[in-house]
Design a protein around this ligand. Structure first.
Ligand code: SAH
Ligand code: SF4
Length: 368
């Protein structure tokens, strides 16, 4: 593991971290529960130490210097025609990240569905350089700390006034390359004293960092795994995903099998359809074989345009042709109709620079 957990900011701490810190300060450990209640309970969610009125003032000022509250600043909220909202956040060092709130699709989940998914970023930029993705275009800048990951949920809930009940780690960056901080954040998001979101309501997507997939398989959390596959053969995958040279498809499939077996879970393969690159029907047949071996589901994603990249999505009939090869072979497969395309908030469209503003769909965030 290359990066370490920085437990400095309050939102990067677990209850146990805080209890240990209090004991070191010769304070009663029950204060930790009080602090978490102020921080995460939906009635409170305070953003300053001063507001934690049942803590002694001396303790508050000690903790304010050892564990500052450091929330990013919400710069803009863009609304898409399909009601997807994209939040642009500025971090303490000026770096920008995006997080996207996606409402339930009545077409997929029924009119009554109250599913509200947040697509969370894990790094500033991305080092993996997949040829089709905007997030890697400007390179990798740094990992997000655990509190910067947790804050995305807090801020999206604060600004939207809605409760998020589904998380996908499919924003900017490679969560598995920031494994320690990301896992610390997941623990806080999952904990009953934290955000309280069930691990089964969280999906982590990875381009295929095999050792980390195995590490996560050995964790008790029932978090869901999605693999950005995008090619079923090494020949096709290596062309568009440099990570495949380090962890080729067969090695990746073994790690997926290990994960599925340890968690007793179905995993998902994400497969972008890019015209003339990975949409050949021979690739569909191989993809079906890979998925059958693992009993994996497949999400086909018609390629989303990225400014500056030459790729195109195949025609709808070519997409359907690819899908029917999978379905004819008994594979659970769907074509994901993207949301937020008009505000560059769809998969692979998040990047480190501010997208050109569209005054008709921007609104000033309601700061509370
Ligand atoms: N780094 C992780 C997490 C980011 S998830 C990963 O790659 O899995 C972002 C998802 O969007 C990935 O499945 C990625 O492959 C997909 N994606 C990237 N560029 C895209 C594009 N132009 N169109 C559609 N999907 C894209
Ligand atoms: Fe990074 Fe994932 Fe984009 Fe590849 S697809 S560049 S791993 S964010």
């Amino acid at each position: 593991m290359t990066e370490s957990v920085n437990p400095c900011s309050l939102h990067a701490l677990t209850l146990e971290d805080l209890e240990r810190g209090l004991v070191n300060l010769k304070q009663p450990s029950y204060r930790a529960k009080q602090i978490m209640e102020w921080t995460y309970s939906r009635e409170k969610r305070v953003e300053t130490w001063e507001e934690m009125s049942n803590l002694p003032a001396t303790l508050r000022s000690m903790l304010a210097s050892s564990h500052p509250i450091r929330l990013p600043e919400v710069i803009t909220v863009s609304g898409s025609n399909d009601t997807t909202r994209k939040f642009l956040l500025r971090l303490h060092d000026g770096e920008l990240i995006e997080t996207v709130l996606i409402p339930a699709s009545p077409a997929l989940y029924g009119e009554e569905s109250d599913r509200r998914t947040l697509c969370v970023s894990s790094q500033v930029g991305c080092a993996y350089g997949c040829k089709f993705c905007a997030s890697g275009l400007d390179g990798w800048k740094r990992h997000l700390s655990a509190d910067e990951i947790v804050s995305q949920v807090l801020l999206a809930e604060r600004v939207s006034g809605e409760r998020i009940n589904n998380l996908v780690f499919m924003g900017m960056g490679e969560p598995m390359a920031n494994y320690n901080n990301w896992l610390q954040a997941v623990k806080i998001l999952n904990a009953p004293w934290g955000i309280g979101l069930g691990a089964r309501k969280m999906t982590v997507s990875t381009s295929g960092l095999v050792p980390r997939i195995r590490d996560l398989a050995d964790q008790p959390l029932q978090i869901r795994l999605a693999i950005s596959l995008h090619g079923a053969s090494d020949e096709v995958r290596s062309q568009i995903m440099p990570v495949n040279k380090k962890h080729p498809v067969a090695e990746l499939m073994d790690a997926c099998a290990y994960y599925a077996d340890r968690k007793k879970q179905m995993i998902t393969f994400e497969y972008i359809l890019i015209e003339g690159v990975n949409d050949d029907l021979s690739e569909a047949r191989l993809l079906a074989d890979r998925a059958r071996g693992l009993r994996a589901k497949i999400n086909l994603i018609p390629y989303n345009t990225v400014e500056g990249l030459p790729w195109k999505r195949p025609s709808e009939s070519a997409q359907e042709g690819f899908l029917s090869i999978l379905r004819d072979r008994g594979i659970a497969a769907t074509i994901r109709r993207e949301k937020g395309h008009d505000i560059d908030a769809a998969c692979g469209q998040l990047r480190r620079r501010i997208s050109s503003p569209d005054p008709s769909c921007s609104e000033t965030p309601a700061m509370s």
